[in-house]
Design a binder for this molecule. Structure first.
Ligand code: IPE
Ligand code: IPE
Ligand code: MG
Length: 258
């Protein structure tokens, strides 16, 4: 591929048609480390720089929502040492990034079963989330101890409880009522889902929300995913025609009707 620098790539982005919500599966840290004969934890550490870069880039561009898959429900099954390192790194990184997040008006939301996060990192995460509660710029959703099936089952449990105690009429449950019980309530569905690391699968991520998202898979490993790679993904996204079930002719005649 022809090499472009960031400015050249930025010039190709149509700022009037940015995705409102970008979701990412940050995969490939372990392989990145292995390629360098380093420890998996070194890969996770290197991945923090990519989180910093994609957050800054989203914020600078004016993207409203960025959702990052940092740790899945299934990742609890990894070796204890790796899980402990990841938990420590997540708490440490968010604290380190807090001043810049505040400077950039970025608000942190935590999505997932936070009860399972060890107390130390959980407190750091909650403190940073609360410190950004007033921020109105980029809304950064961190998915931690998250899986989509967990989230959907959790929503079903809450709906059942509300129906049982009489505060919800079961016949009123439609797609929008259901979505209101998900962890992403009030957040528009992702327009673009990016997965780094080469796998072409969803790994239990946002199954409900990505019904009509554009999918972008790149072999680039997460620690190598920088602003240029992100810009390329957005340019690719902007070349697609989103039809939402309609015909191409309908979309072209009335683009605003979607
Ligand atoms: C993604 O990188 C980070 C997490 C899942 C926490 P991996 O650790 O899955 O890296 P690979 O897929 O083994 O290369
Ligand atoms: C998905 O990556 C989860 C995160 C990036 C946090 P995995 O590395 O856990 O996915 P699988 O197991 O290869 O599908
Ligand atoms: Mg992986």
């Amino acid at each position: 591929m022809e090499e472009h620098n960031l400015d050249q790539l930025l010039a190709q982005i149509d700022m009037t048609r940015l995705p409102r919500h970008v979701a990412m599966i940050m995969d490939g840290n372990g392989r990145w480390a292995k390629n360098r004969s380093q420890q998996r934890s070194d890969g996770h550490y290197a991945g923090i720089t990519s989180v910093h870069n994609v957050t800054e880039f989203s914020s600078d561009l004016g993207i409203k929502y960025l959702t990052l898959y940092a740790f899945s429900t299934e990742n609890w099954n990894r070796p204890t040492e790796e899980v402990e390192t990841l938990m420590y790194l997540i708490g440490w990184a968010i604290e380190r990034e807090l001043p810049e997040l505040l400077r950039n008006n970025v608000r942190i939301h935590l999505i997932g079963d936070m009860e399972r996060i060890p107390e130390g990192p959980r407190k750091r995460l909650f403190d940073c989330r609360d410190a950004t509660a007033h921020c109105t710029g980029l809304q950064l959703l961190m998915c931690l101890s998250y899986s989509s099936r967990w989230e959907i089952a959790d929503a079903a449990r809450k709906l059942a409880r509300a129906a049982a105690d009489g505060s919800l009429d079961p016949d009123s449950i439609d797609e929008s009522v259901f979505a209101g019980y998900l962890a992403t309530a009030g957040v528009p569905d992702p327009d673009l889902l990016i997965r780094t690391g080469g796998e072409q699968r969803i790994s239990n991520y946002l199954l409900w929300q990505i019904a009509y998202s554009e999918l972008y898979f790149t072999p680039t490993l997460w620690p190598d995913f920088g602003k240029e790679a992100y810009a390329r993904a957005i340019i690719d996204y902007q070349q697609r025609e989103r039809r939402f079930g309609k015909t191409s002719e309908q979309v072209q005649q009335n683009p605003g009707s979607l």
